[in-house]
Every structure is written in structure tokens, then in C-alpha cells.
Write a protein that binds this ligand. Structure first.
Ligand SMILES: *Cc1c(COP(=O)(O)O)cnc(C)c1O
Length: 381
């Protein structure tokens, strides 16, 4: 509280409130209404025509993906250790045991070499979950090469950070069998709480709708494919309210503006910090060739944990709300309980102790970024 420059600040950017009012007045406020339809169309178009279902969160979309794959006790799922809890929880609560994979130091995404090792050791693996940290595509080509030896193991992208980013000219979120999105207030496009499941294989569409509709064949009924609707499978109440979809549509309609603003913030940070980075022992984010960032955040790596923690304190004293990021899941209490076996993730341990995230939001502007970067340089001087 009381920061001159907060870490995040969600903002109205277009017609969000107008759309919410229309949704309420239109009378369809539950899920799968007209605004949900428009959001799904927009997201489908940005995912090469994939089928999209809106959910109440990215966590829910990940849980749906576990249900769709019939993940059950005895299965194993590989997830990065350096990620948000939900990436792992969704599969663990379905009964799977987890193998925590390390990240590679360049993109901070899952390390294909470690995935290869884990796949060689553990025959029960059903899926590998990849995260595009900070909106920068992980090593998808490396993963594809490793996973081509294991055609029954499915790739799932937890794309909570990467909407509208790309790798090798293809949108992030279209590489896996399915991918998930988050519209939580901390993400690039928000509706308070919300998410989506993106289905890149049409074979998954019909069953996904049953799971999404509380285990009923309601959609087949409305499409005239069956003459009554009833309980046919497992499922839950995964659908996003159309009022929230309306808000989200207002955000997504402004995607070019949002991405442009976030890019300006990112570039202002790079401009301010790059000239002095090596002298101060700072490492800035790397966007590899042929990858387009979704500009979800801006992080720096400090030389060690002590200097990172001192920088966090110093920034706080100067009114700048910087923060660390994930506590490695492989060393969390529940992560250890959920693991099929302990794994070593030395890069994760190292990065997690040295990473600092600077304020990053649509309205920060290049000036705000320069000011926050200046405070960091002050602290390090
Ligand atoms: C935010 C986030 C989630 C969870 O998203 P919710 O919509 O809050 O459920 C999952 N994975 C990653 C990588 C995230 O950053």
C-alpha cells in the first residue's frame, strides 16, 4: 500500500463497462452467452482456428485438461518446478504423481534435456506441461524433438503469460494438444477471475463441452444431435459468467493497444538498464530469435540472493513495489508429497533466489519504467 509505483494496476482500456451493461440488460448472464461467443471467436481466430471454451480460471482450464486426458492415480505428469502452483495442482488433484523438471537459463522455460532424462527414467508419464514464462516462448522446438520419441505423451501449454506471443511465426498456445489462458487481474487481459481452454485437436471438442456443462450433453441437445439432455460423463461447473466475458471482450478488443503499451514499458526498461547491466552484474530477459514476446512482465537477475533481497528492500523504501517470483515447487511441502520421486532442479533454485520483477502494467508508460529503473540503479549504486 502507498507505493508511488505499484507492481500492477489493472485498467479499463476500452468498452468493458458498456459491454457489461449490455450483458446484464440482455438477460443472459450465465455462461456460454453472446459475449462468451464473441470472446471465443476472437480467441479462436488468434489460435489458428482452435476451439475455445471460457472457464472461471486458468486453474479450472488445467483441471479440465486433466479430466479430458482421464488422468488418474498411477499416471505421472512432468511440470516445471519454476511455475505457479496451479500448473502442478490441477494434475496432482486428479491423482497423478508429478515429476518436477528444471528450467533452462535462457527463457526460464522447461528444460527439454531434463524432460528427456525424466521420460527415459519414468514410463508412466502421460503429459508434459510447458509454461511460457513472462510471455516468452519456451524451447518448443527442443521439446518437440524430445517428445517425438514418445508419441503417447501429450504436450499441454499453460499459457497464462503468453497470449498473443509467438514462436517461429506460430501463436503460443497452438503447439500443445491443448493450452490454457488466464484472465486473472494480474495478467495482460483481465476480467477479475477468468480463463480459457484452447483445444488444438478437434477430437477433444465434444467431450470438453460435456465436462464444461456439468457432465451433461446439453450442447449436443442444443445442436439438435440428441432429443433430451442428461448426465453422461464427469464434469463440473467450469463456465465463465457472460458478464465477465463482456468485460473481457472490452479488453481483448484493445489487444493491439495493450501489447503496444506493454512493449513500450519493456523497451524503456531495457534501454535504461542494458548499458549498465554487465557492470552491475544484472541479467536482463532474453527474447531468442524468431520469438515474439507477449510482454507479460519484466524481470532482472541479480548476482545472488542477498543482493536481490537488498534491492527489493531498497526499492520499497523508494516507493517502488518490486517483487520476487515463484518459490520452487519441488521444494514446497505439498510439492514434495505430490512428487513421484525427488528431482534436482539447480537452475530453478538458483534463478528463484536471484530474480526480481519490476512494476509492469499497461499505464506505467516509458516514463514510469525509467523512474523505476532509475530507483533500481540508485539502490545498486
Ligand atoms: C496466473 C497463473 C495461473 C493461474 O491462473 P488463474 O486464472 O488465477 O487460475 C496458472 N499458471 C500460471 C503460469 C500463472 O501465471
Amino acid at each position: 500500500m502507498g507505493y508511488e509505483i505499484p507492481f500492477n494496476q489493472p485498467a479499463i482500456i476500452g468498452r468493458e463497462l458498456e459491454h457489461v451493461e449490455a450483458a446484464v440488460r440482455g438477460g443472459h448472464t450465465s455462461s456460454s452467452g453472446p459475449f462468451s461467443g464473441r470472446v471465443c471467436e476472437l480467441l479462436s481466430a488468434s489460435h489458428e482456428g482452435a476451439h475455445v471454451l471460457l472457464t472461471t480460471s486458468c486453474t479450472d482450464a488445467l483441471e479440465m485438461s486433466a479430466m479430458l486426458m482421464d488422468i488418474e492415480p498411477g499416471d505421472v505428469v512432468i511440470v516445471p518446478s519454476f511455475t505457479f502452483v496451479s500448473t502442478a495442482l490441477a494434475f496432482s488433484r486428479a491423482g497423478a504423481q508429478l515429476l518436477f523438471a528444471d528450467i533452462e537459463p535462457r527463457t526460464l522455460g522447461i528444460d527439454p534435456d531434463h524432460v528427456r532424462q525424466l521420460l527415459e527414467e519414468e514410463p508412466r508419464v502421460r503429459a508434459v506441461v510447458a509454461v511460457h514464462y513472462a510471455g516468452i516462448g519456451c524451447d518448443l522446438a527442443g521439446l518437440a524433438e524430445v517428445m517425438s520419441q514418445y508419441p503417447d505423451v501429450m504436450l499441454i501449454e499453460d499459457n497464462a503469460h503468453g497470449l498473443f506471443g509467438s514462436a517461429d511465426g506460430r501463436p503460443l498456445g497452438t503447439f500443445g494438444r491443448m493450452s490454457t489462458l488466464s484472465f486473472h487481474e494480474t495478467k495482460n487481459f483481465v476480467c477479475g477471475e477468468g480463463g480459457a481452454l484452447v483445444l488444438n485437436d478437434p477430437a477433444d471438442i465434444d467431450r470438453a463441452h460435456v465436462l464444461h456443462d456439468k457432465g451433461t450433453n446439453r450442447r449436443a441437445f442444443f445442436l439438435g444431435q440428441v432429443d433430451k439432455y442428461t448426465w453422461v460423463d464427469t464434469g463440473s461447473s467450469f463456465g465463465l459468467s457472460d458478464m465477465l466475458a463482456a468485460f473481457l471482450l472490452g479488453q481483448l478488443e484493445q489487444r493491439d493497444v495493450v501489447l503496444q503499451r506493454r512493449r513500450e514499458v519493456f523497451e524503456a526498461y531495457v534501454e535504461a538498464l542494458e548499458p549498465v547491466a554487465s557492470e552491475l552484474g544484472l541479467r536482463l530477459p532474453v527474447v531468442p530469435e524468431r520469438r515474439q514476446s507477449a510482454y507479460h512482465m519484466f524481470h532482472v537477475l541479480l548476482p545472488d540472493r542477498g543482493s536481490r533481497d537488498r534491492a527489493l528492500d531498497g526499492l520499497r523504501e523508494r516507493g517502488v513495489q518490486a517483487t520476487f517470483h515463484y518459490v520452487p515447487l519441488h521444494s514446497a511441502d505439498e510439492g514434495r508429497r505430490a512428487a513421484a520421486m525427488p528431482t534436482a532442479c539447480p537452475v530453478t533454485d538458483d534463478i528463484s533466489g536471484r530474480l526480481l520483477r519490476l512494476p509492469f502494467y499497461n499505464d506505467l508508460g516509458a516514463d514510469g519504467a525509467r523512474q523505476a529503473a532509475g530507483s533500481l540503479l540508485d539502490v545498486l549504486a
